[in-house]
Ligand binder design. Structure first.
Ligand SMILES: [Zn+2]
Length: 73
């Protein structure tokens, strides 16, 4: 969640650190719910810190796929 030029993890509420104008790497999701979904026409946005993301993944029935990036940002 971005608030006044600061980003907070939606899950734990912790403020993400920032170094040299860049925020700590984290999960940023923007979901535009589609036609005929229960949230038709709603856009939803969230920021998840690395710690919460790791905990969240442990609840998944199927592990995420990991592979080397071809282009580093
Ligand atoms: Zn968090």
């Amino acid at each position: 969640m971005k608030k006044n030029d600061r980003i907070f993890c939606n899950c734990c509420g912790m403020e993400l650190s920032r170094q040299g104008g860049r925020y700590e790497d984290h999960l940023h999701i923007v979901k535009n719910w589609g036609y005929l979904s229960e949230q038709d026409g709603i856009a939803e946005e969230m920021d998840i810190c690395p710690g919460c993301f790791e905990q969240w993944k442990r609840t998944f029935a199927i592990a995420t796929e990991k592979y080397p990036q071809t282009e580093l940002v």
